[in-house]
Design a protein around this ligand. Structure first.
Ligand code: FAD
Length: 284
């Protein structure tokens, strides 16, 4: 973890573009509450294949106007050089300085296509088009990407994104501390020393978490799943236990030298701000 200890710790929060009036109101309430924590930056996800591109832009406009340093996510799958260039130009004009560069996933029913196959190509393109304007974050997978040919191929592919010009990485969420520590160790062996910031998914709903985990390959350890399932409809106890587990994971990560934390807020302020305050992150 030597490479990670050298970086200043930074704490950030992720939002997704809301659907409908109710979703928008929820996001605004969460944003106002979470802004009080003074995160280093907030990020806004981007739906591949065009589903929420406009939503991302609108959300980014609002968070910037609220004075929050904002990193839009940008996924390249299905996109052309022209369409990606147009989005980058827009972000430069809006004063965006940070971007999360991703391949993304093709929405079901859409055919593969476009000018980019992998995120390293997007990173290269952003650097070629905009030089050092953007601080580029990329995705990392301590438990490995579900489509990776092998663990070592995935690590090599991660290193490719760094070589292409990524400044830092945010991980997929995980509940196995060792997976992250080993991942960083393997990166160091490959000469990769950029900050690899753990992505933290608060535990509030076991069904939703199980669904996400099945899609993205993040493991819910057996002991944790069984404990969570045992709460049944007792959501209050499930959340209290989930909070305890997540705070403990964050504490152990920071003690081990992780260079910060990135919270998947799910557009809800409650759990993220509780973890933040329990760990006194604003003072860290
Ligand atoms: P890549 O780094 O391109 O990797 C994808 C797969 O291809 C991996 O298996 C990798 O091993 C392999 N690979 C990579 N490069 C090569 C290469 N050159 N040759 C051969 N194989 C290669 N999705 C969204 O749609 N919108 C979002 O806003 C979003 N935000 C995310 C934020 C974070 C922090 C994370 C961790 C994920 C996010 N995702 C998002 C999900 C992400 O888009 C998916 O996991 C997607 O399947 C992979 O994107 P990537 O950028 O990691 O791809």
């Amino acid at each position: 973890m030597e490479s990670q200890r050298r970086h200043p710790k930074q704490f950030s929060i992720e939002f997704f573009p809301p659907k409908g009036e109710e979703g928008l109101a929820r996001l605004r309430t969460a944003r106002e509450e979470l802004a009080k924590l003074s995160p280093k930056y907030v990020s806004v996800t981007f739906g591949a294949g065009g589903s929420t591109q406009e939503g991302t832009l609108e959300t980014v406009r609002e968070t910037l106007a609220a004075g929050l340093d904002t990193a839009p996510h940008l996924s390249c799958i299905g996109g052309s050089r022209e369409s990606i260039r147009a989005i980058l130009d827009q972000y430069v004009d809006m004063g965006v300085k940070r971007i999360v560069a991703l391949r993304g996933d093709m929405p079901s029913g859409m055919r593969e296509g476009g000018d980019f196959l992998y995120a390293n190509e997007l990173v290269e393109f952003i650097r070629a088009e905009t030089g050092d304007h953007f601080h580029i974050e990329v995705a990392a997978y301590p438990e490995f990407h579900p489509q990776a040919a092998s663990a070592s191929a995935d690590l090599d592919n991660f290193a490719r994104k760094v070589k292409a010009g990524a400044n830092a990485a945010i991980t997929q969420y995980f509940y196995n501390l060792d997976a992250y520590l080993r991942f960083v160790e393997e990166c160091e062996r490959r000469g990769v020393e950029i900050p690899i910031v753990p992505g933290i998914m608060p535990i509030t709903n076991i069904k939703q978490l199980a669904r996400f985990s099945a899609m993205c390959g993040a493991e819910i350890p057996r002991w944790l799943r069984l404990r969570l399932e045992a709460y049944g409809d007792d959501l209050e106890s499930l959340r209290a236990f989930g909070l305890e587990v997540t705070v403990e994971l964050c504490r152990r990560l920071l003690d081990a030298g992780a260079p910060g934390l990135h919270f998947y807020s799910m557009n809800q302020a409650g759990t993220t701000s509780r973890i933040w305050r329990d760990l006194d992150l604003s003072a860290a």
